[in-house]
Design a binder for this molecule. Structure first.
Ligand SMILES: Cc1cc2nc3c(=O)[nH]c(=O)nc-3n(C[C@H](O)[C@H](O)[C@H](O)COP(=O)(O)OP(=O)(O)OC[C@H]3O[C@@H](n4cnc5c(N)ncnc54)[C@H](O)[C@@H]3O)c2cc1C
Length: 329
C-alpha cells in the first residue's frame, strides 16, 4: 500500500463517521484521525459533542432515544465494519499548498507525526462554550438538567412545565429561550449586561413573551444540585449581591467555537465567524481543491447530529468523485 492516503477524515463526530462509512464502502480505505480529548473553552472529545449528552431523542432510527456516547460508539462500529482505520491523533497544522497534502499531527502524549493524503474531509465540529463551573459538566454528562442545546434537549420530560434558566444575550440565546417557552412554565434569561446583543427582532421574541423573564446584569457563578440541578447561584455584577435561584434546567447559549484554529495558516477560506466556507454549495468543496468540509465546522445554523451526518455523506461522495476525476480509485 502507498504511504499516501487516498482520503483522510479529520474528526470523529457524526459528520466524520458518516463520511468514513460512505468512503470505506466506496473502497477509499479512509483513515480517520479522531482527535484527542482537550478543553479549549469548550470540551473537545473523540466522538464529538454528543459525548456530552445522555439523551438523543431526535436522531432517526432510535425510537426510544439513545445515550450520546452509545450512539457515537455505534457510528464508529459501523465505520470500522467496513475497515475504516482510526488513529487517536489531533491534526495541528495542514499544508495544502502542495499535493499530496501534508497533515502534521500530535497524539495525547505529545508525540508528533505526519500524514500525507490525496484528499481530506475536515469534520472537526464546533464546540459549545460552557461557563466552566465545577458542577456544570458533571450534571450535563449525567443528564442532570444542564445542556448547551435547547433544540436538542428542551422537549425532554424533565424540563416540561418547569422553571428553566438560559444564559446568554445574543440571537442564539433568544432563539433557544423562545424555543424553551413551548415546554417550560417559565424561562429566565440571565444576561451579564443591561441590554441584549441580539437583533431587535429576536429580542422582541423574549421581551414580549409572557413565559420569559429577563434577569439583567447577572452572571451564574455556581450550579446547585447533586444528581439533578436544583438551582443556580446568581451574582449581580453591579452590586456584587449573590443569591440562590431555584430552577430545574440550565441551558448555556453563549456561543460556539468552530474547531478551525489548526487551519489558520494553511490558506483555506474561513468566514467571519471562523467557520469553514463552502465554495460550491450544495457541494462540500472548500476553497482548496481536494479538501472538503462536513458538519458543524461548516454550519453555524443547524448544528444537529442529523445535518452533520448528512454533510458527512455529501463530503465523502464529493471526495470520491474528485479522486475519480484525478484517476485515484
Ligand atoms: C450538550 C449537547 C447536546 C446535544 N444534543 C443533541 C441532540 O440531542 N441531537 C442532535 O441532533 N444534536 C445534538 N447536539 C448537537 C450535535 O452534538 C452536533 O450538531 C454534532 O455533534 C456535530 O457533529 P460534527 O461531526 O460536525 O462535530 P462534533 O460532534 O463536534 O465532532 C468533532 C470531532 O472533531 C474532532 N476534532 C476537533 N479538532 C480536531 C483536530 N484538530 N484534529 C482531529 N480531530 C479533531 C473532535 O475530537 C470530534 O471528534 C448536542 C450538542 C451539545 C453540545
Amino acid at each position: 500500500m502507498s504511504d499516501i492516503e487516498k482520503l483522510v477524515i479529520i474528526g470523529s463526530g457524526p459528520a466524520g463517521w458518516t463520511a468514513a462509512i460512505y468512503a470505506a464502502r466506496a473502497n477509499l480505505d479512509p483513515l480517520v484521525l479522531e482527535g484527542v480529548a482537550k478543553q479549549e473553552g469548550g470540551y473537545v472529545l473523540p466522538g464529538g459533542q454528543l459525548m456530552l449528552t445522555t439523551e438523543v431523542e431526535n436522531y432517526p432510527g432510535y425510537p426510544e432515544g439513545v445515550d450520546g456516547p452509545k450512539m457515537m460508539a455505534d457510528f464508529k462500529k459501523q465505520a470500522e465494519r467496513f475497515d475504516t482505520r482510526v488513529e487517536s491523533r489531533d491534526v495541528v497544522k495542514c499544508d495544502f499548498s502542495q499535493r499530496p497534502f501534508v497533515l502534521e499531527t500530535k497524539d495525547s502524549g505529545g508525540k508528533e507525526g505526519t500524514v500525507t493524503a490525496h484528499s481530506v474531509v475536515i469534520a472537526t465540529g464546533a464546540t459549545a462554550n460552557w461557563l466552566n463551573l465545577e458542577n456544570e459538566l458533571r450534571l450535563a454528562l449525567s443528564g442532570g438538567g444542564v445542556s448547551a442545546c435547547a433544540v436538542c434537549d428542551g422537549a425532554l420530560p424533565a424540563f416540561r412545565d418547569q422553571e428553566l434558566v438560559v444564559v446568554g444575550g445574543g440571537d442564539t440565546a433568544m432563539e433557544e429561550a423562545s424555543y424553551l417557552t413551548k415546554f417550560a412554565s417559565m424561562v429566565h434569561v440571565v444576561h451579564r449586561r443591561d441590554e441584549f446583543r441580539a437583533s431587535k427582532l429576536m429580542q422582541k421574541r423574549i421581551l414580549e413573551n409572557p413565559k420569559a423573564n429577563v434577569i439583567w446584569d447577572t452572571t451564574v457563578t455556581d450550579v446547585l444540585g447533586d444528581d439533578t440541578i436544583t438551582g443556580v447561584r446568581l451574582k449581580n455584577v453591579k452590586t456584587g449581591e449573590e443569591r440562590d435561584f431555584p430552577c430545574k434546567g440550565l441551558f448555556l447559549a453563549i456561543g460556539h467555537q468552530p474547531a478551525t484554529p489548526f487551519l489558520e495558516s494553511c490558506g483555506i477560506e474561513l468566514d467571519e465567524k471562523r467557520y469553514l466556507k463552502l465554495t460550491n454549495p450544495p457541494g462540500m468543496e472548500t476553497s482548496i481543491e481536494g479538501v472538503f468540509a462536513a458538519g458543524d465546522v461548516a454550519d453555524a445554523v443547524y448544528r444537529q447530529a442529523v445535518t452533520a451526518a448528512g454533510m458527512g455523506c455529501q463530503a465523502a461522495l464529493d471526495a470520491e468523485r474528485w479522486l475519480g476525476a484525478q484517476g485515484i480509485h
